[in-house]
Design a protein around this ligand. Structure first.
Ligand code: XMP
Length: 512
């Protein structure tokens, strides 16, 4: 793999994604990993990520210079570029010329391999205080900017290069090409990470793990569990049984979609469990978001365990399939050194006394890869292109206690919002649009001749590439107006619709 050494920037995962877009498999490793540990993974190249700090700051993450002298191709980005420069004998200084955000970069000389034939001056995304002022000996400067005398350097023989800017973000329009050139032309890695190779590899892994055992898979109606199940089905056939838990926290029409469309596409064995009462009882009186998530995660597992007992006559179901994705793993603190932001119900929320062995065929994949795998496996577009929906469902979109009538209210509002967004042709543009009920908030309104005292509904349309960061989507006013008018007219209890205009960070996508 190509290893992205994470120096504490939120960009490390994005870099890994970009590498995979160049059809090269990559993983993120913490900067605390030793050189031996890193080399033991047999990396085809190492990418040093950006980081929040100055290389001169006390306690700034450092790098063992042995890493760049091991003969493995290395690419440094931003902070990683400066670490690289220092390790190779170049100069890094606090010149006082800081650059943040969109910054023009000039191609130096013929641009070397990385910047060859790119526009002589082109925009990039920068975020640095210190700058490389002198390239290491034997290294060609390939780019410069006003604040960074050396904004890019390379040495083809050593197969080492780097840039001061962030090639992984969209604001650097040539960044992907620069990364691709490093991987393919400098490091000489063959592009082999394709959708069909992912399917092949995962199927082989599942077969190895499950052997001739049986697995159970919870279908949530979302893309992830649908694709995970289809992969496992490809690997072990009808030794997989899918369980669809109707926990009462679903959106309108969701149960039918799974029971009809998914089964029609895959022919998978499906058991539906009506667990609405059980979840409602468990959630009664609970308002704390983390507690809700833990309860929902726990009840899920209990339902699966019950299903497993019910299936005993068929054989032993020892394995539980989960559609956990790479970002879930990292956000749940699975990646070392990352803060636990939320317990995703399918990762952090698992009870300690779990009786299943987990099968997580998407654990290393990003969402866009999962969608491509789904298509490759023959799943219909309505399933593969669905917007993400959290496992805990509407339970974490009711701010306050969850109960049946509040769920009814939110379900109705959510159905209207989805209907209108689809009708306006906006599904492709937005990543997802959570609809949130502020159940403990009331405001005064007027409707017909009377005063109302109802609840607000929050619309949270976001644009994102991977849910790690997001921006609020600028929906057309006419669409917002239609949604608002319909919700306040058609949903009793709701007399106000508000729009969430917060990006992530600082807000998360969901409200809980
Ligand atoms: P946040 O709110 O953390 O959400 O910005 C990021 C993405 O993850 C989804 N999400 C979940 N998905 N189980 C899931 O399967 C969960 O517990 C969960 N919580 C959040 C959320 O909808 C968004 O797409």
């Amino acid at each position: 793999p190509v290893l992205v050494v994470d120096f504490g920037a939120q960009y490390a995962q994005l870099i890994a994604r970009r590498v995979r877009e160049a059809q090269v498999y990559s993983e993120v490793v913490p900067h605390t990993a030793s050189v031996d540990e890193i080399l033991a993974k047999n990396p085809s190249a190492i990418i040093l990520s950006g980081g929040p700090s100055s290389v001169y700051e006390e306690g700034a993450p450092s790098m063992d210079a042995a890493l760049v002298k091991a003969g493995v191709p290395v690419f440094g980005i931003c902070y990683g570029f400066q670490l690289l420069a220092r390790a190779l004998g170049g100069d890094v200084e606090a010149t006082g010329a800081r650059e943040y955000g969109r910054t023009q970069v000039q191609v130096a000389g013929d641009g070397g391999t990385l910047h060859h034939e790119l526009p002589g001056s082109h925009p990039t995304w920068m975020s640095h205080g210190d700058s490389v002022t002198k390239a290491p000996e034997g290294y060609t400067v390939t780019a410069t900017s006003e604040g960074a005398p050396v904004a890019g350097f390379e040495n083809l023989e050593a197969r080492i290069a780097g840039v001061q800017y962030h090639p992984e973000v969209h604001h650097s329009p040539y960044g992907q090409e620069v990364l691709r050139r490093f991987l393919h032309d400098v490091a000489g890695i063959r592009p082999q990470w394709t959708t069909s190779s992912i399917v092949e590899e995962q199927v082989a892994r599942i077969r190895e793990q499950v052997g001739d055992g049986r697995a159970i898979c919870g279908l949530s109606g979302g893309v992830d569990s649908a694709v995970a199940a289809a992969l496992v089905q490809r690997a072990i056939g009808d030794r997989l049984t899918c369980v669809f838990v109707d926990h009462g926290l679903l959106r309108a029409g969701e149960r039918g979609q799974v029971e009809r469309d998914y089964v029609a596409a895959t022919g998978v064995k499906l058991v539906t469990v009506d667990a609405r009462e059980r979840f409602l009882d468990a959630l009664a009186g609970v308002t704390d978001p983390e507690t809700k998530r833990k309860i929902i995660g726990r009840e899920f597992i209990r339902v699966f365990e019950q299903a497993e007992r019910d299936l005993k006559a068929e054989g032993d179901y020892k394995f539980l399939v989960q559609g956990t994705l790479y970002p879930d793993v990292v956000e749940s603190g699975g990646g070392e050194g990352t803060a636990n932001i939320k317990s995703h119900h399918n990762v952090g929320g698992l009870p300690d006394d779990l009786q299943f062995e987990l099968v997580e065929p998407l654990r290393l994949l990003f969402k866009d890869e999962v969608r491509r795998v789904g298509t490759e496996l023959g799943l219909p577009e309505v399933i593969v292109q669905r917007q993400p929906f959290p496992g805990p469902g509407l339970g974490i979109r009711i701010i306050g206690e969850v109960n049946a009538s509040r769920l009814e209210t939110l379900r109705a509002a959510d159905a209207i919002a989805r209907e209108e967004l689809t009708a306006a042709g906006l599904d492709g543009e937005i990543w997802q649009c959570p609809v949130v009920l502020l159940a403990d908030v009331r405001s005064v309104g007027v409707q017909g001749d009377g005063r109302t005292y109802g609840h607000p509904i929050v619309l949270r349309p976001v644009s994102s590439e991977d849910a790690m960061t997001a921006d609020w989507t600028r929906l057309p006013y006419e669409v917002l107006e239609r949604i608002s008018t319909r919700i306040t007219n058609e949903v009793a209890e709701v007399n106000r619709v508000v729009l969430d205009v917060t990006s992530k960070p600082p807000g998360t996508i969901e409200w809980e």
